[in-house]
Ligand binder design. Structure first.
Ligand code: BF8
Ligand code: SF4
Length: 633
């Protein structure tokens, strides 16, 4: 156990190798092997130059065949592929948000789901102009759920949450014609525009990409985050642990994996049920241990201090320990590989959502109406499976780091305010953070997000970039699998991580008693970052695009990540990618996304793609310093 220093990527890789050896004993497949089988990848796919949206194709663009059969050129094809990527991500995040609104509609004082943060509900109701006076809080919750659900399909108007953005940003969106209307409409419009025989003009396709992305970040994701807080509590700093060693040799291990906290919250609840614990003991276990993988891990870590076993590319590792009684999943980022892999061990692979059905799994359909019953059945199945564990196959690498997590915007404002002791209004102020930045004690902030991708050495880019930025007095705000990379390494342990900071950042961390890498939650919680950036802009009077703040997704892989990139950039935050977004086949699309006169003219920010991680870090620092110089700070 590394309580007093960082865990290195080399050490994590050694642990993974020992797990792969475990897998070999039982004939398990692995993503590491499948990457080899799939390499090299298709060059047309990687350049974005293959079109298969009608059955006259597929059409692949080469110097000899510069147009598809319909006559579409490479710019139209790359642009359409890019927009479809965004639409997939926006639909996915937003549908998660929609599920949360349906769960909100099911809240009852004595039911499975309750209103745990009534103040937040009242605050949002006021924002939305909903009368709250004298209303029962559950009646209000149901009314808000219905209004929120209308945001998905309303025939007129734009997203309600846009009014949270600074006026300057709202004006840019209006002038660029990218204010998102109903959430579903932006996804449908994207699919309509990219159907055979519609848009092939890159500018129009990229404009809709930003608009669809905004419907996610300022629509579906923001609702997912805000109303999860209303039901499950707004995260506050809490101590937990991370990395594969959080699994317990003598306990029933239940891994929750996926994204929607409605499921994991209930599994956590029933894992603490005395009846279930007694049952576990009757099978010879010392108790029940719940740990998380992927964004579900972030959700339950932030609210309950549940340990985080790993991120995206660690999902097979938890099964390979031979000590996983059940891996319980809901939606998104779940490897279908978990089905056959779980069959090599005693592990139950339990799928719960009609959205994510997979072969070789046990399906227990989870719904808000029968949540308690479903969760209890899942926990019971895991507990009863303990007796089937083969102790000879158990290999839990002894790797655990401490992590302080739970930095919602509300929590960040509160901890920093405690240091500066300023007077705050109801929502608090980001002025102490701004003062740290303008005085130069902190040079700026980086929002580091996103996945792992075998195209980049897993976790290495996240961790090395973070260390480089910390050294340069740049504070990190992180989410998703990036957050777990940091937690696994120990960068969220205030005691360990402060030694990697420059003098200014170290002082701030000590005064506020925070780690220099702040865990802001899951990927839908990148909406929290938009709220923080907006608040910084309003409190300083400086447009978001001029603040010394950038975004970074060094190892991204999913459609959701592209949707996120689009709303982050559209909000005015320059975004740095370590994996190419399949746009390099078109110089026109590349210029729109990365040039000085593309999206930058509309939203004052753009993308930088740099596959060399060292250079990616240098470029971020350079951009932050340029912004500081422009502000004269
Ligand atoms: O939404 S960071 S691998 S787990 S897509 Fe998935 Fe990427 Fe992880 Fe969460 Ni986000
Ligand atoms: Fe080919 Fe055009 Fe059909 Fe695409 S839409 S597959 S480019 S014919």
């Amino acid at each position: 156990m590394n309580w007093d220093r960082l865990t290195t990527v080399e050490e994590m890789e050694a642990a993974t190798n020992s797990l792969l050896e475990n897998g070999k004993k039982v004939g398990a497949d692995s993503w590491q092997q499948r990457v080899k089988n799939q390499t090299p990848h298709c060059g047309f796919g990687e350049a974005g130059t293959c079109c298969r949206i009608c059955s006259m194709g597929p059409c692949r663009i080469t110097p000899k065949s510069p147009r598809g059969i319909c006559g579409c050129d490479v710019h139209g094809i790359v642009g359409r592929n890019f927009l479809r990527f965004v639409a997939g991500g926006a639909a996915t995040h937003s549908d998660h948000g929609r599920e949360i609104m349906h769960t909100l509609h099911q809240t009852k004082p004595d039911g499975s789901y309750q209103v745990k943060d009534p103040e937040k509900l009242l605050r949002i109701a006021k924002e939305w102009g909903v009368e709250t006076e004298g209303k029962d809080i559950y009646d209000l919750a149901h009314e808000m759920a219905e209004i929120g659900l209308m945001e998905y399909g309303k025939p007129f108007g734009v997203q309600r949450f846009l009014q949270r953005a600074p006026e300057h940003t709202q004006k840019l969106w209006h002038e660029a014609g990218i204010e998102p209307r109903a959430i579903d409409r932006e996804v449908a419009t994207a699919l309509h525009m990219t159907h055979m025989g519609n848009s092939s003009l890159p500018e129009a396709l990229i404009r809709q990409s930003l608009r669809s992305g905004l419907s996610d970040g300022w629509g579906g994701s923001m609702m997912g985050t805000e109303f999860s807080d209303v039901m499950f509590g707004t995260p506050k700093p809490v101590d937990t642990t991370a990395n594969i060693g959080v699994m317990e040799k003598d306990m029933v291990n239940i891994i929750v994996h996926g994204h929607d906290p409605s499921l994991s919250e209930m599994v956590v609840y029933y894992a603490n049920d005395p009846e279930m614990i007694a049952l576990a003991k009757s099978y010879g276990a010392k108790g029940i241990n719940v740990a998380g993988v992927c964004c579900t891990a972030n959700e339950v870590a932030m609210r309950h201090g549940i340990p985080m076993a790993g991120n995206f590319l660690s999902q097979e590792n938890v099964v390979l320990t031979g000590a996983c009684e059940a891996i319980v999943v809901d939606v998104q980022c779940i490897f279908p590989a978990l089905g056959p892999l779980s069959k090599c061990f005693h592990t139950k692979f339990i799928t719960t959502s009609p959205i994510a059905r997979m072969p070789d799994s046990e399906f227990i359909q989870f719904s808000a109406e029968s949540a308690g019953e479903n969760a209890k059945a899942i926990v019971k199945m895991a507990v009863e499976n303990f007796q089937n564990r083969n102790q000879d196959l158990v290999n839990i690498p002894n790797q655990v780091s401490k992590a302080r997590v739970g930095y919602s915007v509300e929590a960040i404002v509160k901890v920093l305010d405690g240091v500066a002791n300023t007077q705050v209004d109801e929502l608090g102020t980001t002025k102490p953070l701004l003062e740290c930045i303008t005085s130069g004690v902190l040079r700026g902030a980086v929002a580091m997000v996103g996945c792992n991708n075998p195209k980049v050495r897993p976790d290495f880019a996240h961790i090395e970039l973070m260390k480089k930025l910390l050294e340069n007095d740049i504070i990190l705000i992180v989410s998703g699998c990036s957050a777990q990379a940091a937690a696994k390494a120990g960068l969220m342990d205030p005691e360990v991580a402060k030694d990697y900071c420059g003098a200014g950042l170290k002082r701030v961390c000590e005064l506020a008693n925070i780690p220099p890498v702040l865990h802001m939650g899951s990927c839908v919680d990148i909406s929290r970052m938009m709220i923080l950036a907006s608040q910084l802009s309003k409190d300083s009077g400086i447009p978001i695009s001029q603040l010394p703040v950038v975004g970074c997704a060094p190892e991204w892989m999913s459609e959701k990540a592209v949707s996120i990139g689009n709303y982050v950039v559209a909000t005015g935050i320059d975004t740095f990618l370590g994996v190419d977004p399949y746009s390099k086949g078109s110089d026109e699309v590349t210029a729109l996304l990365q040039g000085e006169h593309g999206i930058k003219d509309w939203v004052e920010a753009n993308y930088t793609v740099e596959l060399d991680i060292e250079k990616l870090g240098d470029k971020m620092i350079e951009r932050i310093e340029q912004k500081r110089a422009a502000l004269g700070i």
